[in-house]
Design a protein around this ligand. Sequence first.
Ligand code: GRG
Length: 308
Amino acid sequence: MTFSLKDRLDAAADATQARLEAALADAPTAGERLRPDRLMGAIRHGALGGGKRLRPFLVIESAALFGLPPAAAVTAAAAVECVHCYSLVHDDLPAMDNDDLRRGRPTVHKAYDEATAILAGDALLTLAFDLLAGTDAHPDAAVRIALVRALARASGMGGMVGGQMLDLAAEGRFSGGAPLALEEDAIRDLQAMKTGALLAVSVEAGAILGGADAPARTALAAYGRALGAAFQIADDLLDVEGTTEEVGKSVRKDEAAGKATLVSRLGLDGARAVLDRLVAEAGEALAPFGEKGAVLAEAARFVAARRS
Ligand code: GRG
C-alpha cells in the first residue's frame, strides 16, 4: 500500500474543518443581516467539535478517482458534513434519542438548550444547500443542481429523515410503546435510509463532481450501498461491544430500547459475517477503478473495524 489511510482521513478532516470554519464566521455574508452569537456558538459546537469527517473524506476520495484535487471537492464535502452534523444535533434531542454525550462532549442541547439546538440544526441544514449553490462547489451550474438534488433526496423524506421516522416507529413510539419486531428486510431498509443514504450520497457527490460516466456511477453506487450497510452494522456492534470512552457517546442503548438491529436478529457472529461480506462487496465494486480504488477499499475495511 503506497498511502496511509490515516493521513488521507486527517487531510480530508483538516480541509473540511477549514471550509466549515470559513462558512461559520461571525460576519454575515451577502443577503444576511447578522448572525446571532448564541446561535453561532451552538452551530460551531455541533459542527466544529470533532468527528471522523468520514463523509467529507468519501466525497474528496471519490472525486479523486476522476482526477479532482481535494480543493475542488471540499465545498461539497463540507455541505454533506453540515447535513450529518445537523442530523446528530437533532437526533440527540430529548424528543428523539435523548443523548447527553456526542463526540465525547455534551450534546448541543446540553451545552446550550433545546430551542437553540433545534435552530442550530436547522441552520446547518440550510447552510449545506447554500454551500452547494456557490461556484466554489463547482463552476458548472448543472453540476451544482445535480449535487443539490442528490443531497436533498438522500437527506429528506425518502432518505435520512424517512429512515429516522421508521426508526422512531420501530421503537414503538406511535403504537403503544412496545418495539416492533421488524423483519430483516425492514431493518435493512430502515438502516439504508437512516445512515446509508448520506454515506452513499457522499460517494455519489464525488462521482457527480468528477463527471463520472454511467458505468463508473453504477460501480460507485454499489460501493456506497455496501459501505453504508457496513457502517451501520459496525455501529450496532459498537453499541454492544464498545465503551463510552471509545465511542464518545452512550452505548448499550439498542438492547435497552429493544431496538431491531441486524445484531439483535443475527447475533454477534451472524452480524460480523454480514459485515465481512459487505466489506468484500465494497472492494469488488471498485474493481473498474483498478489501483486507484485502493483508498476507498481500505476505507471500507476501516469502517468495519472502527472502534469509535
Ligand atoms: C434527526 C433527521 C434526523 C436524522 C438522524 C444519522 C441519524 C439520523 C441519527 C444518528 C444516530 C446514530 C448514532 C446513528 C448511527 C450511525 C451514525 C450516523 C453514527 C454517527 O456517525 P459517525 O460515526 O460520527 O460518522 P462522527 O462523530 O465521526 O461524525
